[in-house]
Design a protein around this ligand. Structure first.
Ligand SMILES: [Zn+2]
Ligand SMILES: [Zn+2]
Ligand SMILES: [Zn+2]
Length: 141
């Protein structure tokens, strides 16, 4: 079984062409993808609504998480195993490259648990960093 089928199977998704194609894009790309970029890469095969529904169901299932990197467009990236249908655990840094404009999930950096003052309950935490990504810094040399 290839990775794609494993994922479809694991998350109990019904296999559709759109889901397969969208998922493939996320497996091929190392960086997060905005709706427009997905649309662009898939051509005009699927209408907007179908794409929205696909992304939404992936996010609900704990397969993708959405990222607000300040670019104005929501981006999506694959989740790690820890996420499921009920809760996302994507406490990692999102690195936005100021050179290529791509956003990457940085899972290698451990983020320590933060203690909030009494009375504050954290529902979501967002860590974002900006700079030059590894492929851009390689290209500069
Ligand atoms: Zn997640
Ligand atoms: Zn870059
Ligand atoms: Zn991420």
């Amino acid at each position: 079984m290839n990775k794609l089928h494993q994922i479809i199977h694991k998350y109990g998704l019904r296999k559709t062409n759109c889901r397969t194609d969208v998922l493939n894009l996320f497996l091929e790309n190392k960086h997060a993808l905005a709706h427009a970029a997905i649309e662009q890469q898939l051509g005009k095969q699927y209408d907007r609504v179908t794409l929205y529904r696909t992304l939404h169901s992936f996010e609900e299932k704990g397969l993708l998480h959405s990222i607000n990197d300040g670019s104005g467009a929501v981006k999506y990236a694959l989740c790690k195993e820890a996420c499921n249908q009920h809760q996302h655990h994507d406490n990692h840094i999102h690195f936005s490259c100021t050179s290529c404009g791509q956003t990457y999930c940085i899972n290698e950096v451990h983020i320590p648990a933060l203690r909030m003052p009494a009375g504050y309950q954290v529902r979501e935490l967002h860590f974002s960093a900006q700079g030059i990504c590894s492929s851009c810094s390689k290209a500069q040399k």
